[in-house]
Design a protein around this ligand. Sequence first.
Ligand code: ADP
Length: 395
Amino acid sequence: MAESAHHTHGPDRASPESRSPLPGTDVGETRFRKLLESAPDAIVIVDDAGIIEIINQKTEELFGYPRDELIGKSVDGLLPARFRGHHAQSRAGYTADPYRRPMGAGMDLFGLRKDGSEFPAEISLSPMESEGKRHVTAIIRDISDRKAAEAALKEHAAALARSNNALEQFAYVASHDLQEPLRMVTSYLQLLSRRYTGRLDADADEFIGYAVDGATRMRNLIEDLLTYSRVTRKAKEFVPTDCTTVLKQAARNLELAVEESGAVITHDELPTVMADDIQLVQLFQNLISNAIKYRSAASPEIHISAARQNNDWLFRFRDNGIGIDPRFNERIFEIFKTLHPKHQFVGTGIGLAICQRIVERHGGRIWVDSIPGHGSTFCFTLPRGDAENFSEQHR
Ligand code: ADP
């Protein structure tokens, strides 16, 4: 142990041999020793003044002291200087009120080796009585590996967040900046189409038609991409949001599609949740519009329900449409993923990616249950949180 620690923290009061806090039979003693020596962690037993009485081999290895340099010294010498004053105080507190617990809860603890180097440690303390005297057992574990893994994980998460951010920024800027040149292409194509359809040959008319179609599709893609990147960029604060009102708004926005398809939308009682109301309308609207778009021969019937599930509300949007092959249950939520040829259904494949992003931003999950030919049920959760108290208070 470092000299300074020795001087500061009490005299060398006894030789190792004269201090035997755990008496009993020799057999008991031998067993106790074996147990101590085979322990995977450093074990240090101190008296009520913090003087080291017993250590095991792991302690020697961990701190780099031979046993006889530790026995009889203050345990404070095993801690970096910055912890010592505090430790002496805590130790007094602990002796007054001993019970088994981790040391320095919520604090990053370190051990001090003989060579002056430190290691992050986890220390648990338990009181022990023998021969009418109080002792404290400290079990010390070197957590360098765990700390390094935690730090690596943290760094990894931060790097991921940075790259996500950069990607998001890119998607936003790219889609935003693409709008202007695309507008120009579209308007000149429309001009060509207006002025020259029927004045060139049939091939030319067809080509212009394709070009107009392509430009329109691109405009839809860019608009959807912008909507997608706005889910987190233009996010509003969460407010108590009544889902029945949200549903009404979503249905109103889809009035034309509902009318044309003869869709019937029904619902159970819906809760009030903490949400970004505009995004919730968008979520409901995307799901309902898909239920109408991917309808079967039967006219669309859409039923919306919500049930309590643990700490969440579980929402279900059930339709009687064409259904989804379970093989694609995950993929449909990816950006730009559509399952059908372009000529069959018009879509950019971003709708469900937007839904997923909105749900996740609200702390929920989204998935689909479907049997092809028997319709689909899109399910998502939203945390019940404070909104429930809010709605119950205001009922
Ligand atoms: P889009 O509708 O633009 O293609 P979405 O992301 O909204 O993109 O949907 C992805 C795919 O999931 C769709 O192409 C479709 O195949 C499938 N899908 C979504 N909703 C339904 C539904 N209610 N019934 C059947 N298939 C659906």
